[in-house]
Write a protein that binds this ligand. Structure first.
Ligand SMILES: [Zn+2]
Length: 392
C-alpha cells in the first residue's frame, strides 16, 4: 500500500529550456507541474531577472508551503490564515518525511533564518497568486499589516510622514546576529599552498583577493581581463589592472548574481598568477578554442569550462590536502576578502561596490569592528593644540 505521505508530495525540479534558459519549478507526485507555482517561479526568473540560485531557493520555500497544505488538508489559496501553524511545522518537520511525529519540545530542524526565507518565498508566491486572481484579495491583509513609517529613519520617510504607509510582513522570526563565517588568512594561505596547478592557485586568489562569487569566477572570459596599466586601447577607461564581471548565459551554468556589470581592481598577486596560469594553459591544445578563462586542463573533457560545482569539489580536495578539518567553501574566501576590506578601514560604499551588492545592508555584516579598530578610529580624530594645553 502506498503511504499517504508518498501519494501527496511536491518537489522542486530544474527546467532546462530549449533556448538555454534555466529555472526551477514545482512538480506534484504525478510529476505534473503545479501551474500556479510554475507561473510565479517563471515570472521571478525571466520577468524579474532573478538569479537561478535565488529561484531555486524560492522554489524550495514554495514546496514546503504546498507540502504543509497537502499534509494538513488545507487549500493553499486560503491557508495563509494559519501562518503561525505553518511556522511551527517548519520548525519541527524534517525535510525528508519520516514517520516521525515532531512538535514543540523536540529539537528544531530549521533555524529562524531558514524559516524567514521560506516565509519570504511563501509571501511572494501568494501575493503573485492574488495579483493573478488565483487567491482571494483578503489574503494580502493576512500576510501584511499596513504600518505607518514612523519607525523608519527620516530620510526613508515620505514628505508628508503623517500619511505615509508601507506594508510590513506579519510573520517573521527574530534572527540572532551571527558572525560572518569567513576563511581565516592562515586557512587561505594553506589552501593556496595545497594547490598543485597555477589554475587552482588563481581560483583561490580570485575568491580570496578579488572577492568574486563562485559563479563569477567560473563565468570569466579572457576578454574580461584588462591587466595593463592603461586599457584605453581596448576601449576601457578604467585605470590599472582589473576584471569585468558580466552576467551571461553560460554553458557551464556560471551565473553572475548581479545584473549590474561591475569591474574589480586586482593586485599584482592576481595579475602574476593569471600570467602563470595562461602559460600553463598553453600546454593544453584543447583549451585554445575556449574564451572561458578557467577550463579543464587535467581531466576530460579537456578545454571545457570549469563548472561552479567543480569549485566546491576543488575546495574539498584542498581542505583535505591542507589538513583543514572544517569545511571551507569558495564563498568563505569571498567573506574573507570582504572582512579584510572592512578590517583595513574600507568604507561601506567601497565594500558594497567591490562585492557587487545592490544594497548596502548586504555589506553591513562585515562591519563588526574589533575593539582595536574602535580605539584607532577615536585616535585618528585630530586634537586641537589648545585642548592639549588645557588639560596639562
Ligand atoms: Zn576594463
Amino acid at each position: 500500500m502506498i503511504k499517504k505521505e508518498q501519494r501527496y508530495n511536491v518537489r522542486t525540479f530544474k527546467v532546462q529550456l530549449p533556448s538555454g534558459g534555466r529555472y526551477w519549478t514545482v512538480l506534484d507526485s504525478e510529476l505534473d507541474v503545479v501551474p500556479a507555482a510554475d507561473r510565479y517561479l517563471r515570472e521571478l526568473r525571466f520577468g524579474r531577472d532573478r538569479a537561478e540560485s535565488t529561484v531555486k531557493s524560492y522554489a524550495g520555500g514554495v514546496v514546503l508551503f504546498l507540502r504543509w497544505c497537502l499534509r494538513t488538508g488545507r487549500d493553499w489559496t486560503t491557508a495563509a490564515t494559519e501562518m503561525g501553524l505553518f511556522m511551527t511545522w517548519l520548525k519541527y518537520t524534517p525535510a525528508e518525511d519520516q514517520d516521525v511525529v515532531c512538535g514543540p519540545g523536540a529539537t528544531p530542524v530549521r533555524g529562524p533564518k531558514r524559516i524567514n526565507r521560506v516565509l519570504v518565498a511563501t509571501r511572494g508566491f501568494l501575493t503573485f497568486a492574488v495579483a493573478q486572481g488565483e487567491a482571494p484579495q483578503w489574503v494580502l491583509g493576512v500576510l501584511y499589516e499596513l504600518a505607518d513609517d514612523r519607525d523608519l529613519p527620516e530620510v526613508a520617510r515620505g514628505e508628508d510622514a503623517r500619511l505615509a504607509h508601507r506594508l510590513r510582513a506579519r510573520h517573521q522570526l527574530h534572527e540572532p546576529e551571527t558572525a560572518v563565517d569567513r576563511a581565516s588568512d592562515e586557512e587561505v594561505v594553506a589552501l593556496f599552498i595545497a594547490c598543485r596547478s597555477a589554475r587552482d592557485r588563481l581560483i583561490v586568489l580570485l575568491l580570496a583577493r578579488a572577492g568574486l562569487r563562485r559563479g563569477e569566477v567560473t563565468g570569466l572570459r579572457r576578454s574580461d581581463l584588462h591587466l595593463l596599466p592603461d586599457s584605453r586601447s581596448l576601449g576601457c577607461e578604467v585605470q590599472g589592472a582589473h576584471l569585468h564581471i558580466v552576467r551571461r548565459e553560460n554553458s557551464n551554468g556560471a551565473w553572475a548574481k548581479s545584473r549590474y556589470t561591475r569591474w574589480v581592481p586586482v593586485d599584482f598577486l592576481v595579475v602574476r598568477s593569471i600570467d602563470q596560469y595562461l602559460l600553463e594553459r598553453q600546454d593544453c591544445p584543447a583549451a585554445a578554442e575556449s574564451d572561458f578563462l578557467l577550463v579543464n586542463l587535467f581531466q576530460q573533457p579537456l578545454g571545457s569550462p570549469v563548472t561552479p560545482d567543480a569549485l566546491n569539489e576543488l575546495f574539498e580536495i584542498l581542505c583535505a590536502r591542507a589538513g583543514i578539518t572544517r569545511s571551507i567553501t569558495p564563498h568563505k574566501c569571498r567573506h574573507a576578502f570582504a572582512s579584510n576590506l572592512a578590517d583595513s578601514g574600507a568604507a561601506l560604499d567601497e565594500i558594497q561596490k567591490l562585492l557587487g551588492h545592490v544594497s548596502p545592508s548586504s555589506s553591513q555584516i562585515y562591519l563588526h569592528p574589533s575593539k582595536d579598530r574602535l580605539r584607532a578610529a577615536v585616535e585618528r580624530v585630530p586634537t586641537p593644540r589648545t585642548l592639549i594645553e588645557g588639560v596639562r
